[in-house]
Design a protein around this ligand. Structure first.
Ligand SMILES: NC(=O)C1=CN([C@@H]2O[C@H](COP(=O)(O)OP(=O)(O)OC[C@H]3O[C@@H](n4cnc5c(N)ncnc54)[C@H](OP(=O)(O)O)[C@@H]3O)[C@@H](O)[C@H]2O)C=CC1
Ligand SMILES: N[C@@H](CC=O)C(=O)O
Ligand code: NA
Length: 372
């Protein structure tokens, strides 16, 4: 039997995109030699301004960075991209490794055209209307002709959070509460700025923000992390999965760490240049926490019975698992009826290119299994 052919279009070649392409190359070699082989064909590569596409002819994994850099083909608008990809004769998966709102808003159209989506982006799952349109168009909910969509890395990077919650809910358990640290950036910032005793010396908050950006943990614009909205987007996704009907990430209490005076700072670079002026304000949080025998951390909470979602700074005793997190680790405690008072806990790196790309690659595998 000839191998089954599946086409892949990768949008976004930054930190996550680059790691994904490398994992895709490894996966395609493995699947090509499997007992029932599949040819995973990379047919389109795009970044913000330019793309590589040659009428569905497979692109080479070798030297793609320089080939893409020298391309003169502009990246089409998301709706033109959907029309282009819908001409594929073989099943096609669009992998969105951008944080483009415009592309995210086009997911319902993309799915309606039978194109599958694997994504690390949270942007499509914020507004209730787009969320509902995605549910209506996707094959996950049995809609004939629609594409499948998976987005494990949109919450906790590659950590199996969405998969686990789907398993709990689909097998009839009821989630009552979800709590924890949902941002790799926030985790890194507070673990670096106010480590627990014995875990090193704290660094100024602004220096930690710069380091988180250099390590690839932050959103393309780190203000999207510091304003709490990245955590709010993740909680919006989780809340909807467990039956709390959230309107949007701005419809509940979200504590921003952006100083008032910098709310209208122009570019991300200007913002980062002025941030050290406000290190004193963050130091005050540290001093208060220390006086109470604890450390300050940024957490998220969903209370299903109360229908309440919150993102805020809280003080934790130094022996609390949230206080003792390391690096960019997330910790997510899921309370359910079956698990009772002892929650199911998921912990590990919640940001970083490789671990995020792993979740996206696993989503591609989920789609391949669903297509069987
Ligand atoms: N970094 C992490 O740890 C995690 C990231 N994510 C999510 O993964 C996504 C990517 O993050 P990351 O790789 O860190 O970000 P980067 O800033 O490193 O990369 C973003 C990429 O998207 C491209 N891009 C932006 N807008 C468009 C557009 N309209 N059309 C086509 N391409 C576009 C950029 O193009 P160009 O190269 O031309 O600028 C760039 O290649 C985000 O949605 C983020 O929230 C999720 C979990 C963890
Ligand atoms: N900026 C995000 C990336 C992953 O979602 C984070 O820091 O958690
Ligand atoms: Na995840």
């Amino acid at each position: 039997m000839p191998p089954r052919q599946v086409n892949i279009a990768v949008i976004g070649t930054g930190g996550v995109g680059t790691a994904f392409i490398s994992q895709l190359e490894t996966l395609s070699k493995r699947l090509a030699s499997a007992p029932s082989p599949t040819s995973l064909n990379l047919v389109l590569l795009a970044r913000s301004t330019k793309m590589l596409f040659n009428d569905f002819t497979p692109l080479s994994f070798t030297n793609w960075t320089s080939t893409l850099s020298s391309s003169t083909t502009p990246t089409p608008s998301p709706s033109d991209l959907a029309s282009l990809l819908s001409k594929s004769k073989d099943p096609i998966i669009l992998v969105d490794n951008t944080s483009s709102q415009e592309l995210a808003d086009t997911y319902p159209l993309i799915l309606q055209k039978g194109i599958h989506i694997a994504t690390a982006s949270k942007k499509a799952f914020s507004a209730r209307t787009t969320w509902n349109a995605i549910q209506s168009a996707s094959a996950n909910n049995g809609h004939t002709g629609g594409g499948y969509i998976y987005h494990e890395s949109s919450v906790g990077a590659g950590l199996p959070i969405l998969t686990t919650i789907h398993d709990l809910v689909d097998t009839g358990d009821r989630v009552t509460k979800i709590e924890g640290v949902f941002s790799g950036t926030m985790s890194f910032l507070f673990n670096s700025f106010q480590p627990v005793p014995g875990a090193g010396t704290g660094v100024p908050f602004s220096a930690a923000v710069r380091e988180a950006k250099e390590k690839g943990y932050t959103e393309p614009d780190p203000r999207d992390d510091l304003n709490g909205l990245d955590v709010a987007r993740k909680l919006t996704i989780l809340a909807r999965l467990v039956g709390v009907d959230v309107e949007s990430p701005t419809s509940f209490e979200v504590q921003s760490l952006i100083p008032k005076e910098l709310e209208s700072a122009g570019s991300a670079d200007e913002f980062l240049a002025r941030l050290p002026e406000y290190d004193g304000k963050m130091k005050a949080y540290e001093t208060t926490a220390k006086a109470m025998g604890g450390v300050v951390r940024y957490v998220g909470k969903i209370d299903v019975a109360k229908g309440e979602v919150r993102c805020l700074l809280e003080i934790f005793k130094v022996d609390h698992p949230i206080a003792a997190l390391k690096g960019s680790d997330n910790i997510v405690s899921i309370y359910t009826e079956r698990y009772g008072a002892n929650p199911l806990i998921i912990q590990g790196a919640g940001a970083g290119a490789e671990v995020t790309a792993m979740g996206v690659t696993a989503d591609v595998l989920r789609i391949l299994r669903a297509l069987h």
